[in-house]
Design a protein around this ligand. Structure first.
Ligand SMILES: Nc1ncnc2c1ncn2[C@@H]1O[C@H](COP(=O)(O)OP(=O)(O)OP(=O)(O)O)[C@@H](O)[C@H]1O
Ligand SMILES: [Zn+2]
Length: 724
């Protein structure tokens, strides 16, 4: 009999001991009794013989023969649990694909596919033409057979059943086997551009470090050919039969990237993103683990993908906020990438035009190799940036007269214009013209956004919606007016102002659905649209060769934010937006509308660029004793009664008092109330990570044992990036 330590997915910072009739290797999944439930846990190691062995319960079931967390991932799991002060059982769960958390087999299973039945002839198909969806399904299957879960995702059960009953489709099974390194035989390098000198230096520098832990910041201005550097740097890695894992902010937003990798190497690329169904996700996980994929591209959680032959890690747009998980285990995928690269002894390339100050500081401090691309690829010119002072200027739909003129010029030359605004919806507020009352979400105490298209008000903080009222909720006057401009209104306005320019709106309301954005992006590059109106989505890595003008309507709000990262984020956004213009042969320009044209941040950015801004911002952070020169840990608490959340943090504060730490708060979060709960934060920071983490580690049990701990919602956030 053996005693085994198991990590169980419960919010307790410990492992639990069970017995088994045989020894078990770490990383296997087991079913264990826990209270009156049974839970799937992960074997951590052998446990010492407990004091009262008769009280130990048996392991009920062993799911795996091979560990689902290999040695390297298991040590990453321990590191995560330590560093983020998070229960190890929950960490192990987070690291696994959903189906494995639920107990599905980790071994590849035969897959059910559908194809068009052999007996179907043209005439039968003809009779289907009126049943449009059934017809579409048949046409799709005729192109290539589809796996069952994918088919279910795209077509309703009734449609699938209808064609099945008519005998038009039939199933077949694909065997479960996975072919180790089968991609290597198919690998062939498509024609590629000759790298310019800076690109060549970067590629060589990376390749000299093969087989070693070597983190690099690839700081390259927008359109400088960073992706081309990745492509050329991974070439020898793939040729040596090793795998490459690439993290990107959001694949839905940059489908072009995946295509570029596929086309360059002619092999299947494993793709992991949020819209993928659970079985497809598990399949990629298996293929990566068993060496069947050479390239895996995924979003944040793809950092947990097991690799049989780890060769290189790439984090594209490393500054992107989506790499930080904002609930549960609040990990930063970029920081984990550093850990993984170190464990597996491989190079890590973090690329961006707008490095986070954390990564930049590591590069400037020589902890990371620093590669720079200072020129745009293929002879494209740098986007010229300007500020338009709109004080006292007449404004229509949020656009100043002067700006309209500039837009008109670009449109008349047959070019595309991108207009950015940070707000979706019709207007960010609706208020009573008689008494001034603003319609607010009671649960968040913030104004409702007006969505004319849906005829509803929506709270952008909690999602609550209700019909647009016909009279003021306070004085009942029917005279309600909207305040400010959102994408919806801007679109209507621009249609009026430029009736001859075809336009498209791109925000999370207008591009719902999987392939819609991809289609729109294609249409944009085929010049179906002249005016592109949208939110942040438009700032992400897209290649728009015909855009020559980018207009930023309103960035003043961010200039006065209480969040110390607001300036960095704004500078990144503006620079990335500017990077969408002038990427090909035509020169591009960007105009920022502002009531504060002399603001030092805007001036610095426009005159000297992000490169200069970021180095200056680092000096400021240093003087202000802020990250990356200080480490922070944040304790958040929220409760229906503000008092409780506040008091909980105030009591917690006592346990954090230490000469080496600076503790700030409790203070209200930037968003003081959300979904009916009041929210407070407590920030602990220190110049060195170690003492900070030690104090927090010792304090946590006492904090968790406070009576209020069970009455408020609270969480710990290590290296926090979000203070809302
Ligand atoms: N050496 C080169 N010679 C010619 N064209 C190149 C070269 N390198 C890259 N390009 C082309 O330049 C364009 C921009 O390159 P790429 O998309 O790699 O830039 P990027 O730095 O990743 O851009 P961004 O960060 O702005 O998204 C692409 O169309 C690419 O094919
Ligand atoms: Zn709300």
């Amino acid at each position: 009999m053996a005693f085994i330590e198991v990590a169980v997915p419960v919010p307790l910072r410990q492992t639990f001991t069970y017995f088994s009739d045989r020894t078990l290797v770490p990383g296997l999944r087991v079913l264990v009794p826990f209270g009156n439930r049974e839970l799937i846990g992960v074997v951590i190691k052998d446990a010492p013989r407990p004091a009262s062995p008769e009280k130990i319960k048996p392991i009920k079931k062993i799911y795996d023969e091979q560990p689902v967390l290999d040695g390297l991932l298991l040590s990453l799991c321990h590191w995560l649990s330590q560093y983020y002060h998070h229960p190890v059982g929950e960490v192990a769960h987070t690291m696994l694909p959903v189906l494995l958390r639920k107990g599905e087999s980790a071994q590849p299973q035969p897959m059910q596919f559908y194809k068009v039945a052999n007996s179907v002839d043209v005439e039968t198909l003809h009779t289907l033409k009126r049943a449009k969806k059934q017809y579409a399904l048949i046409m799709a299957l005729q192109e290539s057979p589809l796996e069952l879960s994918l088919l279910r995702e795209q077509y309703s059960a009734s449609i699938i059943n209808a064609v099945k009953e008519k005998g038009l489709i039939e199933t077949f099974e694909k065997p479960a086997s996975i072919e180790d390194k089968s991609w290597l035989g198919k690998l062939k390098i498509a024609e590629r551009p000759v790298p310019d000198p800076e690109q060549a230096i970067a590629v060589t520098a990376i390749n000299q470090q093969t087989g070693k832990f070597a983190p690099f910041l690839l700081e390259g201005v927008t359109g400088s050919g960073k992706t081309e550097v990745y492509l050329q740097a991974i070439e020898p890695v793939l040729q040596a039969g090793k795998q490459v894992l690439i993290l990107v902010p959001e694949i839905g937003l940059t489908p072009q990237t995946v295509d570029r990798f596929r086309q360059r190497f002619g092999i299947e690329v494993g793709v992991l993103h949020s819209q993928l169904n659970d079985s497809a996700r598990l399949r990629v996980w298996q293929q990566a683990r068993d060496g069947e994929l050479g390239i895996i591209i995924g979003t944040r959680s793809a950092i947990f993908t097991p690799l049989k032959y780890p060769g290189m890690l790439i984090v594209d747009e490393e500054h992107d906020e989506s790499f930080k998980q904002q609930d549960g285990l609040r990990y930063h995928a970029r920081d984990l990438a550093v850990m993984r690269a170190q464990e597996s002894q491989m190079p890590l390339v973090m690329g961006t035009a707008t490095p986070s100050l954390e990564t930049l500081q590591n590069a400037l401090g020589k902890r990371y190799g620093h590669l720079q691309l200072t020129r745009r690829a293929g002879g494209a010119q740098v986007t010229r940036q300007h500020i338009l002072d709109i004080k006292d200027q007449p404004v229509r739909f949020g656009i100043a007269e002067g700006m309209l003129k500039i837009i008109r010029q670009h449109l008349e030359q047959g070019n595309q214009v991108l207009v950015f605004i940070n707000r979706r919806g019709f207007a960010p507020a609706i208020l009573c013209h008689h008494c001034g009352e603003v319609e607010q979400c009671h649960r968040c105490e913030r104004p409702f956004t007006v969505h004319r298209g849906h005829r509803r008000l929506q709270c952008h903080h909690c999602g609550a919606t209700r019909p647009i009222p016909s009279s003021c909720s306070h004085c009942h006057s029917p005279d309600l007016v909207t305040e400010g401009v959102g994408t919806e209104q801007l679109e209507q306005g621009l249609t009026q102002l430029f009736p001859n320019a075809s336009q498209v709106r791109i925000d999370s309301d207008s591009v719902r659905g999987k392939d819609k954005l991809q289609q729109i992006l294609q249409d944009i590059n085929q010049q179906k649209y002249q005016l592109l109106i949208g939110t942040q989505i438009l700032s992400k890595g897209h290649h728009f060769p015909h855009v020559t003008l980018v207009v930023v309507l309103d960035c003043d709000g961010a200039l006065f934010s209480a969040d110390f990262r607001a300036a960095e984020k704004l500078a990144q956004l503006i620079t990335q937006l500017a990077g969408r213009a002038g990427r090909a042969t035509k020169p591009g320009e960007m105009w920022l509308q502002s009531h504060n044209p002399a603001h030092p941040l805007l001036q610095d950015l426009v005159q000297n660029g992000y490169h200069h801004f970021a180095r200056h911002a680092l000096l400021e952070r240093k003087m202000a004793l802020l990250p990356p020169f200080q480490s922070q840990i944040l304790l958040r608490a929220e409760a229906v009664q503000a008092e409780q959340a506040f008091t909980f943090l105030q009591q917690a504060r006592q346990y954090l008092e230490d000469a080496q730490l600076q503790v700030m708060g409790p203070m209200p979060s930037l968003m003081e109330k959300r979904q009916g709960r009041y929210r407070f934060i407590l920030v602990a920071q220190a110049a060195h990570r170690k003492p900070l983490h030690n104090v927090v580690r010792l304090a946590l049990p006492a904090i968790a044992a406070q009576p209020l701990a069970s009455r408020v919602r609270w969480a710990l956030d290590v290296d926090p990036t979000d203070f809302t």
